[in-house]
Design a protein around this ligand. Structure first.
Ligand SMILES: [Cu+2]
Length: 143
């Protein structure tokens, strides 16, 4: 009986394993006067069910929101969105000029090389916390 209980436990833990992977998270370096920055990453759903990003948290800012970028009257504008669908077997990329994690009211300036913890909250997979390095937006080409 004890063996059976153990087996059931292992099987249920196996099913609860998240199928969401987060790759290459990073946060944009901002000038010291800026109170906002943005985080980017790739979210990969390796499972067979769709999942949804429904919230974000970070200790570096008072507020964290999911944003998307839209064109309106020829202007780039950001909009807060409540959730982002991460379809089964697909990758959703958060990148500059696209979807991003908005960090609002930074508690201190973010400099290149700093590390920022971002917690992504998924409807089915729960919370996933990643450590995102702060990077400069300027591209440096080395040859
Ligand atoms: Cu934004």
């Amino acid at each position: 009986m004890r063996v059976l209980a153990l087996l059931i436990f292992i099987v249920s833990v196996g099913f609860a394993k998240p199928h969401i992977l987060v790759e290459d998270p990073w946060v944009r370096e901002v000038p010291p006067v800026s109170t906002m920055s943005a985080g980017f990453m790739k979210i990969i759903n390796t499972g067979k069910e769709d999942d949804y990003l429904i919230g974000v948290e970070s200790p570096v800012s008072e507020v964290a929101e999911i944003h998307t970028t839209i064109m309106e009257d020829g202007m780039m504008k950001m909009r807060k969105i409540e959730q982002v669908k991460i379809p089964a077997g697909q990758t959703v990329e958060f990148k500059p000029m696209g979807k991003h994690i908005m960090l609002i009211n930074l508690k201190k300036p973010l400099k290149a090389g700093d590390k920022v913890k971002i917690t992504l909250i998924f409807k089915k997979s729960g919370k996933i916390t990643v450590t995102a390095p702060v990077r400069s937006m300027k591209m440096h080409m080395h040859h």
